[in-house]
Design a protein around this ligand. Structure first.
Ligand code: FES
Ligand code: FES
Length: 177
């Protein structure tokens, strides 16, 4: 008879400590959603192809369907819920909103974290660079054009303005439409 192996996991998610005892075979995406209750990280393909489960682990984007929850022990995770700060949307979120960069929103974790990682290394990407950065993410709704436009708008906003504005990548989350 197969016996379950239980492991202890302690991790920081969006700045808050979480701990749990989980099945050693549990996927990180399942733990984030069902154990830690953060439903913004989505389950799509479970094969690493769609990007819906994307999170940031120790500063690097990762597909959480390809990781075991046990491997998150001692690590820092950011989920899509952690993008906004103090009631203000991140510029990338605001730009997706303003440019109609999503419909159902299922793909947003991967799209927004991939965009964020791109803009951290290339603040003024051209369209080809944006499309390249987003290529590990599938959207079944938008046809991608609006997503590319949203990332381009975020790049303009995050790289323009005064030094003070540049330091804060967040804006009031008052919808502009
Ligand atoms: S659910 Fe992880 S990449 Fe699709
Ligand atoms: S907005 Fe629906 S999958 Fe991208």
């Amino acid at each position: 008879m197969e016996t379950k192996s239980i492991v202890a996991v302690r991790t920081t998610i969006n700045g808050r400590e979480h701990s749990a005892e989980v099945d050693s075979r549990l996927l990180l995406v399942e733990a984030i959603r069902d154990v830690f209750g953060l439903k913004g990280t989505h389950i799509g393909c479970l094969t690493g192809d769609c990007g819906a489960c994307t999170v940031v682990v120790d500063g690097k984007i990762a597909k959480s369907c390809l990781m075991l929850a046990a491997s998150a022990d001692g690590r820092e995770i950011q989920t899509v819920e952690g993008l906004a700060r103090d009631g203000k949307l991140h510029q990338i979120q605001q730009s997706f909103w303003d440019e109609y960069g999503f419909q159902c929103g299922y793909c947003l974790p991967g799209m927004m974290f991939s965009a964020k990682e791109l803009l951290e290394t290339d603040p003024r990407p051209d369209e080809a660079a944006i499309r390249h950065a987003l290529q590990g993410n599938l959207c079944r709704c938008t046809g991608y054009q609006k997503i590319v436009q949203a990332v381009s708008t975020a790049a303009d906003r995050m790289s323009g303005g005064t030094n003070e504005e540049r330091e804060d990548d967040h804006r009031d989350d008052t919808p502009t439409r």
